[in-house]
Design a protein around this ligand. Structure first.
Ligand SMILES: [Ca+2]
Ligand SMILES: [Ca+2]
Ligand SMILES: [Ca+2]
Ligand SMILES: [Ca+2]
Length: 313
């Protein structure tokens, strides 16, 4: 029955071609693709006007399924992909790998409630066989101005065992490395540009001169009151806006040493990057002379995102 359906669908396809001839087509697209709906991956090119698409509905799949992350362990602030590799079968019906060529190309070919009205399809071919593999690679960064490799404090090549403030977030993901509620990028703003290279990383600010740069120093002015507890004016998990002397915040001012105990860490934001790649193999079209198609990498706004973590105080 399935074979008959496939045969019928191909007869339909062939009869849709005006001349009925078998045309040899090679799939030649650039190495990026898009996604829409639930769930169609596609790549459209203008010259010649062609599209290639993979529609997956069995089992149903969404882009959020592909990009879903969960904690690596209960209570951990680290996360990992649920589905780093997803595979499935192309069957010509519920999971469709489809090639089309067009007389004229209109915009928004895919995922419209109403198909483009003046669409002129010349060829419409579906593979009746094949397997797809969706591979996702996931990266995170704190975007705090310090390259990840420089946040390997102990220099052992493992970024996950450097946690200066012991809050459970390793430094390369921690936008407040010393846990003083002043963001690392804020603590890098002011620096001694004695070497005139304009790079705060070569000479980061060390207000109290104790050899520990401010972004790693929990008591920046060495007045005996931890920076996180120098919230004299507003208790908002941000000592950088507390000024007794209007020219210098209290946490950098050794002359002000009032303790206002902190009650919480600030919310931490972690930048997420997803690289999604799709390859379809063992494809079978009578008019195609290749059995593998590499879609390349997904271009979609959801492939860059952020998540937030508030460490337990
Ligand atoms: Ca940390
Ligand atoms: Ca950091
Ligand atoms: Ca500090
Ligand atoms: Ca102070």
């Amino acid at each position: 029955m399935k074979n008959l359906l496939v045969l019928l669908s191909f007869l339909l396809v062939l009869s849709a071609c005006d001349d009925g001839d078998v045309i040899l087509v090679e799939l030649d697209f650039d190495d990026t693709f898009e996604a829409c709906g639930e769930l169609v991956f596609f790549n459209v090119k203008e010259s010649p006007a062609e599209s290639i698409s993979l529609q997956i509905s069995s089992p149903p799949l969404t882009l959020n399924d592909i990009l879903k992350v969960v904690p690596t362990a209960p209570g951990s602030y680290l996360v990992e992909l649920v589905n780093p590799i997803l595979t499935g079968t192309v069957n010509g019906t519920t999971n469709l790998f489809n090639y089309r060529s067009y007389g004229t190309l209109t915009s928004n070919l895919f995922c419209n409630d109403v198909p483009p009205s003046n669409l002129q399809i010349i060829q419409d071919l579906s593979s009746y066989d094949g397997t797809y593999t969706i591979t996702t690679i996931y990266f995170e960064d704190d975007d705090d101005g310090i390259p990840a490799e420089m946040e390997d404090i102990n220099g052992n090549g493992n970024l996950f065992d450097d946690d200066t403030d012991g809050d459970g977030i390793p430094n390369f993901l921690d936008e407040d490395d010393d846990g003083d509620n002043v963001l690392t990028k804020t603590e890098l703003l002011d620096y001694d540009n004695t070497d005139d290279d304009g790079d705060p990383l070569t000479n980061p600010k060390d207000t109290d001169g104790d050899g520990i740069p401010n972004y790693l120093d929990p008591d920046d002015d060495n007045d005996g009151v931890l920076t996180i507890n120098e919230e004299n004016i507003s208790q908002d998990q941000n000592p950088a806006n507390d000024y007794t002397d209007q020219n210098i915040p209290d946490y950098l001012n050794p002359a002000v040493a009032t303790t206002v105990p902190a009650t919480a860490y600030r919310i931490h934001t972690i930048k997420q990057t997803f690289k999604v790649k799709i390859v379809v193999e063992n494809i079978a079209f009578p008019t195609l002379n290749q059995d593998r198609f590499d879609f390349g990498f997904l271009q979609n706004p959801k492939t860059t995102s952020t998540r937030t973590v508030t460490p337990e105080f």
